[in-house]
Design a protein around this ligand. Structure first.
Ligand SMILES: [Zn+2]
Length: 461
């Protein structure tokens, strides 16, 4: 094996020295990779070797010296190395007792769970991977789940993938959560299975279970934020992922995808949008209502006045999605000059990037609301914490005769992406200027993933 040392930067910009262990054989012999899980033991062994019986200064045949290293001897600092290991490194490798949730053999993983899993998947080490959804469906934000990419990759490489949900939870889910679950399971080619009686280690939540040639392993966290099925899933910034021997889970029946897609209620119409709305954004609203009218003619052809529109969307964070909403609002059949428009949206969650593209998130809610108000004059915006917004994204259209129509867009305006990705947007400009730019931009849009998956719409009268 080979060794090199080089300065590098930490994530926070601080300086550090990195030690690289690598295989010398071209293409690798697998030694460096297999050292990773036993690194703590290797470092303990290194400390034993450095603790020289002859008490030398820079290495001797009793401790570190080997024939091929004799010319580098002056560079060695045996005492310094031993000091660093015993005082700075080894004490931090021992897990504190409250984190030894799987007993003394608990291992800590210090990279985000999805990164860790992706590496195991690419190395072909996993036979099966299960994601375990927590008891409370309110913490499932599958739309934003950071683990989906690695599950999709796993399925593509022939690893079995499953989504485990608590027994009886399907009945508690609203239609948009059920459609989320359905969509995620389709992309990850995962079967959905109910589990009974999952025993989590004290104070921790098992996020995933993997099966390798060595058997079952559980991956858990003690951090409740990292336990939510959203973009923070399995993050290690606050607490490491804990790895230990897996316990077999008592499984219930597999969930039938058809049962998830079922719309309850007699007069609801459900259909999927594929490529129908692809093309210029300026025609999006017109095509949107034409499509809905074809699917459900009785809903929009009545002679009655619309008094109130509400649109709920806990995202709506990009200029593109706001432009599409404004197109739909403008072309809405039955809307009058004095029809009120209320918008219920979730706060942005501190995106550190500047908004330089139509598909970037606005980092700042004040700018975002300013642009929305300039684009759709008279709109009333109710900004809430994302978790206080309904999961479902929908329009509610209320009429003067007391009737109402609800239109659920499974993923809001998120499924439409730019046909040309490189278009620049100036999210630093004043809101009025941004709104003018957004309104006049000649954007061509297309359904994401080449319309491989339809985006469901439900109309309820
Ligand atoms: Zn020595």
């Amino acid at each position: 094996m080979g060794l090199s040392v080089a300065p590098s930067l930490r994530d926070d910009g601080g300086k550090r020295m990195s030690i690289f262990l690598h295989d010398k054989k071209t293409g690798g012999a697998g030694l460096a990779v297999s050292a990773e899980p036993i690194l703590p033991r290797l470092l303990e062994r290194a400390a034993q070797i450095l603790d020289c019986r002859s008490d030398c200064t820079s290495g001797c045949p009793e401790c570190t010296l080997r024939r091929d290293m004799q010319f580098e001897l002056p560079k060695f600092d045996r005492i310094g190395a031993l000091d660093l290991l015993t005082k700075d490194i080894l004490p931090h490798l021992a897990l504190p007792e409250n984190l030894q949730i799987f007993g003394p053999k608990t291992r800590a993983i210090t990279e985000d769970l999805s990164t860790y899993l992706a590496r195991q998947i690419n190395a072909g080490k996993l036979r099966r991977i299960d994601v375990i959804l927590p008891d409370d469906p309110a913490t499932w934000d599958l739309q934003d789940w950071s683990g989906l990419t690695c599950f999709t990759r796993a399925a593509g490489l022939g690893c079995q993938t499953r989504i485990l949900i608590p027994e009886g939870s399907v009945a508690k889910l609203d239609i948009s959560q059920r459609l989320d679950l359905l969509r995620v399971s389709a992309r990850a080619e995962a079967t959905i299975v109910e589990y009974r009686d999952m025993r989590h280690p004290a104070g921790a939540q098992v996020l995933a279970q993997i099966e390798t040639v060595e058997g079952l392993s559980d991956l858990a966290t003690t951090n409740s934020d990292a336990a939510c099925l959203d973009r923070h899933w399995g993050e290690v910034a606050a607490s490491p992922i804990l790895f230990g021997q897996g316990k077999s889970i008592k499984e219930g029946p597999a969930v039938d995808p058809a049962a998830l897609a079922l719309v309850r209620g007699g007069n609801a119409v459900k259909f999927g949008i594929g490529k129908e709305l692809d093309g210029p954004a300026a025609r999006f609203g017109q095509k949107f209502w034409k499509l809905l009218d074809e699917q459900c003619p009785s809903a929009f052809r009545q002679d009655r006045s619309m008094i109130h529109i509400t649109y709920h969307d806990r995202y709506l964070v990009t200029p593109l999605s706001v432009r599409l909403l404004s197109e739909v609002w403008q072309q809405m059949p039955g809307r009058q000059v004095n029809t009120q428009f209320s918008l219920v949206i979730g706060r942005t969650e501190g995106d550190p990037r500047d908004c330089t593209s139509f598909t970037h998130n606005w980092p700042d809610d004040e700018d975002r609301c300013g642009v929305i108000e300039a684009l759709m004059p008279g709109i009333d915006i109710d900004l809430r914490n994302r978790r206080d917004c309904p999961h479902q994204r929908f329009f509610r259209l209320e009429y003067s005769n007391g009737k109402a129509t609800e239109i659920t867009l499974d993923q809001g305006f998120g499924p439409w992406v730019l046909a040309l990705r490189s278009l620049r947007f100036d999210g630093q400009a004043l809101p009025n200027r941004q709104a003018a730019m957004l309104k006049s931009a000649q954007l061509n849009i297309t359904m994401q993933h080449g319309a491989r998956y339809d985006s469901p719409v439900i109309i309820e009268l």
